[in-house]
Design a protein. Structure first.
Length: 317
């Protein structure tokens, strides 16, 4: 069976959820082989095995962290030449798309970005125009390079051997032109990371002010959820931009998405419509977000949310 190469996204210790999503997807088309750059592969081996990695190519050199994307693209190019994979999967993040693009230029292979699913024969599904149109596309030149959107696939465990195979590639000077001079680790609170959370509670313009976002945080904390926001909220400066959900924000696909005081504009939907269960609190029964809702409460959020928190607190002790 041909290998499917998967570029792992990780922080040197933890495997990012998107990597487990790519492994789940890859298993359908061949033998998943992870490419791990930098340190931390041994610590991650069990997690990669849990999601079916057959092999883990480890390029442990420091150059992958010291320079921006070019060394990783060279590594992928060299490995792709050696193993002739059936496809190369990378996360459709800013970095993943750039690495995939560079690989496409080096190989002459076709690339598809923002893919949300793969059908038979590696036919890719993409969602465009803020979720209004579904597109089916297929690479016609060479081996498909497919950039898969985080949160588009539900990760499912399946045991794999995750055999570590060290690889050593000489990185050219040309790939070392842009050095990383500083890395600032974002301070994380006690809440789960937005794109990895299984529950997300998002507040919209209906919340009314920055201070009132505390209500959304309270509900999120009662549920052990991450906090999200509509663009109306982030543009107004009521909540930081990094929490924006939607076309120009983060894409989330949690088990439960709670939209509070959000109307459901197409650009917001683009970032949350694949959530498994959607609950809405909105005082306007005609708000378009109700079209997506599995459960909806028509009511004033300032009355509904505190009652919701009280009820959850009672049940969770
Ligand atoms: C190119 C482009 C990209 C964009 N990208 C994004 C994006 O990534 N994410 C995003 O979210 N938006 C995005 N937008 C903006 C988007 O079009 C909407 O303007 C935005 O989503 C509206 O946010 P909202 O639903 O919070 O506000 P509104 O549309 O104003 O809705 C507020 C809702 O709150 C309800 N409400 C008010 N008071 C209460 C109350 N007391 N109790 C209960 N409900 C109440 C109202 O009934 C209403 O439905 C983008 C727009 C463009 C043009």
């Amino acid at each position: 069976m041909a290998e499917i190469l998967i570029l792992a996204e990780h922080d040197g210790e933890t495997v990012k959820k998107v990597t487990t999503e790519l492994l789940t997807l890859a298993r359908r088309f061949g033998e998943p082989a992870v490419i791990w750059t930098g340190a931390g592969a041994e610590a991650a081996q069990a997690r990669l095995a849990e999601f079916g990695a057959a092999k883990v190519y480890v390029a442990a050199g420091p150059e992958y962290d010291e320079y921006v994307v070019a060394p990783k693209a060279e590594l992928l190019f060299e490995l792709a030449k050696q193993v002739t994979p059936a496809a190369v999967l990378v996360p459709s993040t800013a970095e993943g798309r750039e690495i995939g693009g560079r690989l496409a230029v080096k190989t002459g292979w076709g690339i598809l970005t923002d893919v949300v699913g793969l059908g038979d024969d590696l036919n890719a599904e993409q969602v465009i125009f803020g979720g209004a149109i579904n597109v089916s596309s297929r690479v016609r030149a060479g081996t498909p390079i497919i950039c898969v959107r985080p949160n588009a696939i539900s990760p499912e465990p399946a045991a794999g051997a995750a055999v570590i195979e060290p690889v050593s590639v000489t990185i050219s000077d040309a790939a070392k032109q842009a050095r990383v001079t500083e890395k600032v680790v974002q301070q994380r609170g006690a809440r789960p990371e937005l794109t990895e959370a299984s529950i997300v509670v998002s507040g919209g313009r209906g919340v009314g002010s920055a201070e009132n976002m505390a209500l959304i945080e309270k509900l999120a904390d009662a549920l052990g959820a991450a906090v999200g926001a509509s663009r109306a909220v982030t543009d107004a400066g009521w909540y930081p931009h990094q929490f924006q959900v939607g076309q120009t924000g983060k894409t989330v696909s949690p088990q439960l998405y709670v939209a509070v005081g959000i109307s459901g504009a197409i650009q917001h939907r683009a970032g949350m419509q694949t959530s498994k269960t959607i609950m809405v609190v909105n005082k306007d029964p005609e708000a378009p977000i109700f079209e997506l809702a599995d459960f909806g409460v028509v009511g004033d959020l300032f009355k509904v949310v505190p009652q919701l928190v009280e009820e959850i607190d009672k049940r969770t002790g």
